[in-house]
Design a protein. Sequence first.
Length: 290
Amino acid sequence: MELEEIFKHYSREDVVEEIVEYSKGKWVSVHVMSEEDERQLMFRYHPKNRKPLKIDSREDFEEIIKVLRDYGPRSFYASINIYRKIEFRDDVLDRMNIIGSTPTWDIDPSTGDFEKIVEVAEEIISILEKNNISKSLIVKWSGRGMHIHIHPNAFSLEIYRRIDPLDIAYSVTEYVIRRMKIVSDVKIENKIDLSRVFTCPLSLHRKLDRVVVCINPDKLRTFDLSWTDPKNFKHDKSWRNCEIGEGDELAEKAFTNIGPYIYKIRRKKIHKPLDKQILETLDKFKDIPP
């Protein structure tokens, strides 16, 4: 898609509404693409004041479009975590600032077999329904595969006080994965971590000319890739629905069986940390006029 088409997509009222609603209270990331060399970068901080990006209102969204316009904003992402406040860099790195989190299953097909993707999605939904999760599901076609989330508000304040939100997201995700049958050519990993993000509803995919759409779980078998056409997409807004407390029993069961999220220490790499790379990249562009 040309930049003009991308900006037209992100000027649509329904697109802005969905991205804003999904991103509230979350740390936002934006994939951008340079027209000159087609390189892609992910912005997680404002290029001028270096505060974490957030979208709590239409004004926030329009500000991000404006400030990243010269870079070519392509795709919008929001964190699995919901924060008490997002003002400074330390806010998004502080687990004590997390007030909710989102168990998520990322269905990643190695072959692009559509039927296998749907089969795995149905199995995850079936396991969740057996654990009394039916009114708080979010099912998204991500562009190449599917994301299945449990709405963060499916867990009550009481359970969040007793079990850390990130521990709930990690243990529930892992609990379900361990109960799934193996499907060849489809990869399911527990990607829950402190800074994990997933694409927002009605965002464009970062490479494919497709829209990320939500699907009613009851209509999963009728889903067709034509629903993701940027010019004529079909999107279900019921992803907002949830039942507070519906996930409490599963959260307790999963945490008891799996235990807490443990930060995975990675092997030392020769390249610089991602955040440092981002900040150095921003320094290169700091003299570009608004």
